[in-house]
Ligand binder design. Structure first.
Ligand code: KE4
Length: 424
């Protein structure tokens, strides 16, 4: 504990709240986060030598497990040739080809350095391509921290966006309209009022930032039909779902084709990468092919490309079948443990991303997620952490299962969850 205490004191002096991203502070669950020194497979080891089974998975990037030999070796090989050149390089072509091969709606893709950048760029492209300014997002969906999408619904479900953070000028969000996820009527009422001004609807095809909330049957198709009818683009933010819920992402799982897709996490294999892509006629509007400016010093850097490519190459059809089997076993085991303990909760899962909502029977949109018992989740979180299981520290986050979470790890997790529910 001494190492952690000293490190936290040092971190608090030089980094806001000692962390480089807010959710890491355990603010939603209380207590202090362990500082992780290393990770391997599905396990984290903190600076005091404590080991945890990891369900944060670097927020989705570590889908093949931490320090996977193929990824480590690919990065090491690229590293021996230098880190970044600021010129075209072969590895970025390889990763772009792999993305295009997997996602039929993507004919061309541009690499950036985060999901936030990917979303910023996709929205700029949609506005340029349509000549319109307004965008529609959904309460509870998170698309990174660019001004235009740092918005939460005001009262009601379809309202002009309200800034979600100081420093976001009203002017930056007055063109952002907020609807309710899984409620096509809330989207149609926005289009009734603003149809010809809307450049795009952006949606997480499986919501993962209000906890995991799957799309209601037909919802994504309804969004596709409505946007096509009104000349607006449909943007699937697949930063989390991309190559996570299926080989080609959520769009292949649900059979709905967006105009633009954003990616992140998995395609970087733990190194900083984002990307956005779509049909060539759209992507050819991006500079220098076209007038829509977007740039980045480290975009396409060889190390991140090597990590992403090596990760995707591990994600074979067999790998997705294993992820599906292990994740289903975990979800079923958790549901049974909660039910046996008489605890009202629901486990919502798509592929290898899942969330436990306490005090709820089913969650279909943000109000339902907010109404869940987050205090009970916090107690569950700490009961498991004390037993060496590290969940994401918020009831609004997805748990991530990796290829390294084998049957024994899943069984151990369910056993410890069964113990934990008895004390929360
Ligand atoms: P980044 O800028 O954090 O790479 O990506 C932003 C983003 C965009 N779109 C979706 C659907 C996302 O889930 C994210 C980022 N996800 C969070 C996890 N809920 C990142 C964790 C964090 O902010 O520390």
């Amino acid at each position: 504990m001494m190492q952690l205490k000293k490190l936290l004191e040092r971190a608090m002096r030089v980094i806001p709240c000692g962390v480089n991203s807010p959710v890491r502070t355990f603010g939603a669950v209380g207590g202090r986060p362990p500082f992780i020194r290393s990770a391997s497979g599905c396990r984290l080891t903190d600076v005091d030598g404590n080991e945890y089974i990891d369900y944060i998975g670097s927020w989705g990037a570590a889908i093949v497990g931490h320090a996977h030999p193929a990824v480590t070796e690919a990065v090491a090989a690229a590293l021996r040739d230098g880190t970044s050149f600021g010129t075209p390089s072969p590895l970025e072509v390889g990763l772009a080809e792999e993305i295009v091969d997997r996602v039929p709606s993507v004919e061309q893709v541009r690499m950036v350095n985060s999901g936030t950048e990917a979303v910023m760029s996709a929205i700029r492209l949609a506005r340029a391509a349509t000549g319109r300014d307004k965008i529609v997002k959904f309460a509870g969906c998170y698309h990174g921290h660019a001004d235009a999408v740092l918005v939460k619904a005001g009262s009601g479900v379809a309202t002009l966006g309200l800034p979600d953070s100081p420093g976001v000028p009203a002017a930056s969000v007055e063109s952002t309209l907020v609807a309710r996820f899984n409620d096509i009527d809330s989207v149609e009422s926005i289009f009734d009022a603003h149809a010809m001004e809307i450049a795009a609807v952006i949606v997480e095809p499986v919501a993962g930032n209000m906890g995991v909330v799957p799309p209601a049957s037909g919802f994504l198709k309804q969004l596709r039909d409505l946007t096509s009818r009104c000349g607006a683009l449909l943007i699937f933010d697949e930063v989390m779902t991309g190559f996570r819920v299926a080989r080609g992402g959520a769009q292949t799982l649900y059979g709905v084709t967006p105009d633009l897709t954003t990616f992140g996490k998995v395609i970087g294999g733990g190194l900083p990468v984002g990307a956005y892509g779509g049909a060539s006629n759209l992507m050819q509007q991006i500079a220098p092919a076209g007038p829509v400016y977007q740039a980045g010093t480290l975009s396409g850097n060889p190390l991140a490309m090597a990590a992403g490519l090596a990760t995707l190459q591990q994600l074979t059809d067999d790998a997705y079948q294993r992820l599906e089997r292990q994740s289903a076993d975990l979800a079923d085991g958790l549901s049974t443990a909660l039910n046996d303990a008489g605890v009202q909760a629901v486990v919502q899962r798509v592929g290898s991303m899942l969330t436990v909502f306490f005090g709820a029977e089913a969650v279909g949109e943000f109000d339902g997620a907010a109404a869940a018992d987050h205090d009970r989740f916090a107690r569950f979180f700490h009961a498991l952490l004390s037993r060496g299981i590290h969940l994401p520290p918020s009831g609004y986050e997805s748990w991530f299962v990796s290829l390294a979470h084998d049957a024994n790890v899943i069984r151990a997790t369910v056993d410890k969850a069964r113990e934990s529910v008895r004390e929360i």
